[in-house]
Design a protein around this ligand. Structure first.
Ligand SMILES: Cc1cc2nc3c(=O)[nH]c(=O)nc-3n(C[C@H](O)[C@H](O)[C@H](O)COP(=O)(O)OP(=O)(O)OC[C@H]3O[C@@H](n4cnc5c(N)ncnc54)[C@H](O)[C@@H]3O)c2cc1C
Length: 455
């Protein structure tokens, strides 16, 4: 005899996992949410942290706090490292966790299209650590430019390159352009920050290629107003600490650029591969084929073929039953799938008939360009400019998870809108003094004169 309740384990407290847990709040089950970080993160605003517009705490909230009212839910801070679909267990850094129903929602990570060594010189933006590392890299480039001895060196320091012309690349490049031209314009004495070059490099023929075609030129125009040079049809073939090699048609050229940021590709979390391998090693089950970017194909009910107890959601899943092609990896899709899966499990536990197949109500997409322009690609309407920006602002503030975050972000944005200030321009972490004063140290070594006192 056992009075153990049905065990639902949710891996990942992102948009999908969090919404699944919320939908299971009243279920007669023991729900466990496992995440390797202690906070839920609003990734759409990461670029604001990376460029000093918002602080990390403005766009994140502790998972424990968010789920504290779910009496049936416990939170475990652990990294999931393995799945055994036969034994119904997960291997984690905190030991084995058994499940009756499993929700996998571990999102995605950067993809360097097989050039993983580029990661060192071209960091991507996915976590708060990434955002603060990028913020540090960008702000240090300005500091080093102030101390540069040669124009050549200063130019390389003042050339910022963002690779990938999707929404993240557009938002990041726009924010760096504004940081240089508006926020920092009076802050340096040895150079004019307005002379900063911000390059947005895109291999395809247009930026925002998943948006309506009419919006790409609108976005380019808004970007050029804040000093961003858009380079379409341009393939990056090499990235080093000093710059990038690009190929346009048949000709290749070298662009000196000390700050290169990656916004070009994503791949699904490795948990998809772990799931597929575990299913394959099962004696009689069907094989699951991951797609090109490592996503797990799911059925109309969001479960994996042959395993009605395993749901795969959000960026980790490939759901193509609605339009014939996989739904795009967005926060809205992930959140809607989370709610759907949570309700599906609740219904099962109550013995009710299964839910209808998952259907996503696509209301459109938005990308912001600087502090007062955006493009909106809605179902029946496409527009750009200030109105689109106001709409973007409204939607994003509305979607932030906590009331406190919403209030702080609104105050921050109102202040930066009127003052053009980005008050979170903090360089954190241990500094590499040689890197900042690099040219001066090199020069004193060349002329064999004693270096300046480090102080
Ligand atoms: C810079 C950026 C900008 C974006 N802008 C937008 C936008 O404007 N609009 C929009 O709709 N979407 C946007 N997106 C996409 C959106 O954020 C994702 O589609 C969404 O976060 C996917 O939700 P998810 O729940 O699948 O995964 P995530 O939200 O990524 O959550 C995954 C969770 O799983 C946890 N996890 C991962 N691996 C493990 C493991 N092994 N063990 C334990 N826990 C693990 C992670 O810590 C994380 O908490 C943006 C994404 C980025 C990176």
């Amino acid at each position: 005899m056992s009075d153990q309740k049905h065990r639902v384990v949710i891996v990942g407290a992102g948009f999908a996992g969090l919404n699944a847990a919320r939908a299971l709040r009243k279920a007669d089950a023991d729900v466990t949410v496992v995440d390797r970080s202690n906070h839920h993160l609003f990734q759409p605003l990461l670029y604001q942290v990376a460029t000093g517009g918002l602080s990390p705490a403005d766009i994140s909230a502790p998972v424990r706090g968010l789920l504290s009212k779910n009496r049936n839910t416990s939170v475990v801070l652990a990294n999931v490292t393995g799945i055994d679909v036969t034994a119904h267990t997960l291997e984690t850094t905190s030991g084995e966790i058994a499940y009756d129903s499993l929700i996998l929602a571990t999102g995605s990570t950067h993809s360097y299209f097989g050039n993983d060594s580029w990661a060192e010189n071209a960091p991507g933006l996915k976590s708060l650590d990434d955002a603060t590392a990028i913020r540090r890299k960008v702000l240090l480039a300005f500091e080093a430019a102030e101390q540069a001895e040669t124009e050549e060196e200063r130019e390389a320091l003042m050339t910022f390159t963002v690779i990938g012309g999707g929404p993240t690349g557009v938002e990041l490049a726009g924010a760096i352009g504004e940081l240089a031209r508006q926020t920092l314009k009076n802050d340096f004495r040895n150079f004019d920050p307005a002379a900063t070059r911000v390059l947005l490099v895109e291999a395809g023929e247009r930026i925002l290629s998943t948006y309506s075609e009419s919006l790409s030129p609108k976005a380019e125009k808004s970007l050029s107003k804040i000093g961003v040079e858009v380079m379409t049809g341009t393939l990056v073939t090499e990235i080093t600490a000093d710059g990038i090699t690009v190929k346009q048609g048949e000709s290749s050229s070298w662009i000196p650029s000390k700050t290169v940021l990656w916004a070009a590709g994503v791949q699904a979390s490795p948990l998809g591969r772990m799931l597929a391998d575990s299913m394959q090693s099962e004696s009689d089950s069907q094989v699951v084929e991951l797609d090109r970017v490592g996503r797990v194909p799911v059925g109309p009910d969001l479960t994996v073929l042959g395993h009605p107890e395993i749901f795969v959601l959000g960026d980790l899943s490939s759901y193509s039953h609605q339009t014939g092609t996989p739904l795009r990896g967005t926060a809205d899709v992930a959140a809607a799938q989370g709610s759907h899966a949570g309700k599906a499990i609740s219904r099962r536990l109550k013995g009710k008939s299964p839910q209808k197949p998952f259907k996503f109500r696509d209301l459109g997409k938005l990308a912001v360009i600087g502090r007062s322009s955006a493009v909106a690609d809605l179902k029946f309407l496409r527009f750009g400019g200030f109105l689109a920006w106001q709409f973007w602002l409204f939607i994003h503030v509305l979607k932030l998870v906590g009331y406190q975050n919403r209030a702080t972000v609104l105050v921050q944005w109102a202040s930066s809108y009127f003052t053009r200030n980005r008050s979170a321009r903090l360089i954190t972490g241990k500094l590499d003094w040689d890197e900042i004063a690099g040219s001066r140290l090199a020069q004193s070594a060349d002329s064999e004169t004693p270096g300046k006192d480090a102080a």
